[in-house]
Design a protein around this ligand. Structure first.
Ligand code: TXE
Length: 481
């Protein structure tokens, strides 16, 4: 049985309480590792290590910080096979996907912020008539907390940790208890990269215990969180009265607007991905597909035919489009939503758990398409976060925008059209932090990333992340002529 340990002050260690949790391989439903059930004592130790390292790390030159992050990026790339296999086993995603997306992106996150910090400039404002000059320092916050989810484990963990440490903070971080493995493996790569002890401390455990201790800790100055909207609301309630800085990247129920004038073949290919990539467990997946009446029937039959051809199977095997969903609890949640969807709409394909020969205990779900006629139903209002999409016909552009915006969420939207004027009109009216036109999940890490409405508060990415992880201090100097 593999034992995952906390990584505190540059050392691997057991939880002080001696309590452990089971970690399940979703491809077969078997326990294959144990993780620390960390409590307040472990979080306090992680905090103390981070606090002790903070001044030294903040005083470390930008060139040195940058070089360490770049080295870490290179080490992740060197270990891609090992990390991708570990990510697949922990999460249920196909190995090819972890190798093509998750692990390369984790390396890119460290490289991107390792480079970005060298370009992060202070601002100066000269007030000529008043003989004064202001300059604004951007100082690290101190010890910060990073809490990440299970859908893109190392990818999202590094997306928070990299800007936090690049900006001179030290970190207490917690990956999801459902997918702790690659964050655990990252510890040894941090040591190898020469990251000083205490700069990154990784504690494992339950959200309501370990996560809660991080959020409520008086010394931790900011929380960067990605996860469910209900958890985000709870974290805000705990952290806001302590005046912590908060970045919350929460759920989505993203619309995909398909107009008759789009490039049909490209749209079909990308819509399959935006519906079912990572078993539909990406906050950016387009789970509500709205199609203009003129091409609705053509789309419906081509899409359903393509979905039926998707192969679902053991994530360690070659050749499958989808692997297992992340856990039994999550599988049951998605299956319950499928039952709701069958009541509210017309099942076009999928709609059930799959038992895969040789992996009978695994958590597999057939990619599911449901036809709906209204947005006012649970399946078009609530985040499912699995391999389930709805398709709905629209007649006019105005109706399409109205349906797209008719949800509590506002993370991303995708628009398919070849009309430039429509691109501008529709993009401006969509209530979303991110709009993709004729593409999906096309990410430039310099751009602001995050959502509106119940999809969160604040933005990650590029300078937004470096601004979040720093405190601006304005210094005003009066001079004599
Ligand atoms: O996420 P949680 P869950 C959505 C998706 C999913 C639902 C619930 O719809 O079905 O959320 O998933 C930690 N204080 N998304 O329950 O609980 C937890 O340990 C501090 C969308 O798995 O939000 C984990 O590390 N931390 C999403 C992280 O929060 C707490 C990705 C996320 O877990 C905590 C994942 C607490 N009180 C799920 N409670 C996206 N936007 O990408 C939990 N955690």
């Amino acid at each position: 049985m593999i034992k995952i340990q906390n990584y505190i002050n540059g050392e691997y260690c057991d939880p002080i309480s001696g309590q452990w949790l089971d970690n399940v391989d979703p491809s077969c439903g078997q326990v294959y590792a144990q993780i620390p059930n960390s409590d307040a004592q472990d979080v306090t130790n992680a905090y103390k290590a981070a606090k002790a390292a903070q001044a030294g790390w903040a005083a470390t030159s930008i060139d040195t910080r940058s070089a360490i992050l770049l080295k870490l990026a290179a080490l992740i790339e060197k270990n891609i096979d090992r990390l991708a296999t570990a990510e697949s086993r922990d999460n249920g995603k196909p190995i090819w996907l972890a190798k093509a997306v998750d692990i390369p992106r984790a390396a890119t996150n460290f490289r991107f912020f390792g480079n970005a910090i060298t370009q992060f400039a202070s601002e100066a404002h000269e007030n000529v008539g008043n003989n004064s000059i202001n300059f604004t320092l951007r100082e690290p916050l101190g010890v910060v907390g990073c809490i990440s989810p299970w859908n893109l484990p190392l990818y999202l963990f590094s997306w928070k940790v990299a800007p936090a440490i690049a900006a001179g903070n030290t970190v207490v971080a917690k990956p999801s208890e459902v997918t702790p493995m690659t964050a655990y493996l990252l510890g040894e790569l941090c040591t190898e990269a020469g990251l000083p002890k205490g700069v990154l401390n990784i504690v494992h455990g339950l959200g309501r215990q370990t996560g809660q201790e991080i959020v409520a800790h008086k010394g931790i100055k900011a929380i960067s969180f990605t996860g469910g909207t209900a958890t985000g609301a709870h974290i805000a309630k705990v952290a806001a009265p302590m005046f912590k800085k908060l970045s919350l990247e929460l759920g989505g129920k993203n619309p995909n607007l398909i107009f008759a004038d789009c490039d049909f073949d490209l749209m079909l290919k990308v819509t399959l991905k935006s519906s079912f990539a990572n078993q539909g467990q990406i906050c950016l997946c387009g789970s509500r597909i709205f199609v203009e009446a003129a091409i609705y029937d053509k789309f419906k039959s081509a899409f359903v035919e393509a979905v039926k051809k998707l192969s679902v199977g053991n994530p360690a095997e070659e050749g499958h489009n989808l692997g297992a969903v992340v856990s039994e609890v999550h599988m049951n949640k998605v299956l319950e939503y499928i039952e709701v969807a069958k009541q509210e709409g017309n099942l076009l394909c999928g709609g059930k758990r799959l038992i895969i020969e040789g992996s009978e205990g695994g958590f597999y779900i057939a990619p599911t398409v449901i036809e709906t006629t209204t947005t006012q139903c649970r399946i078009n209002q609530e985040e499912v976060f699995g391999p389930l999409v709805t398709i709905t016909k629209f007649e006019t552009e105005t109706e399409a925008i109205q349906m797209a915006n008719d949800v509590p969420y506002g993370l991303s939207s995708t628009v398919w059209t070849s009309n430039l004027d429509r691109t501008m009109r529709v993009s401006k009216q969509l209530e979303a932090g991110i709009v993709w036109v004729n593409t999906w999940l096309n990410r430039d890490l310099r751009t602001p990333f995050g959502g509106t409405k119940a999809s969160g508060v604040g933005r990650e990415g590029g300078l937004e992340a470096l601004r979040f992880f720093t405190e601006p201090k304005n210094i005003c100097i009066q001079y004599k002529n």
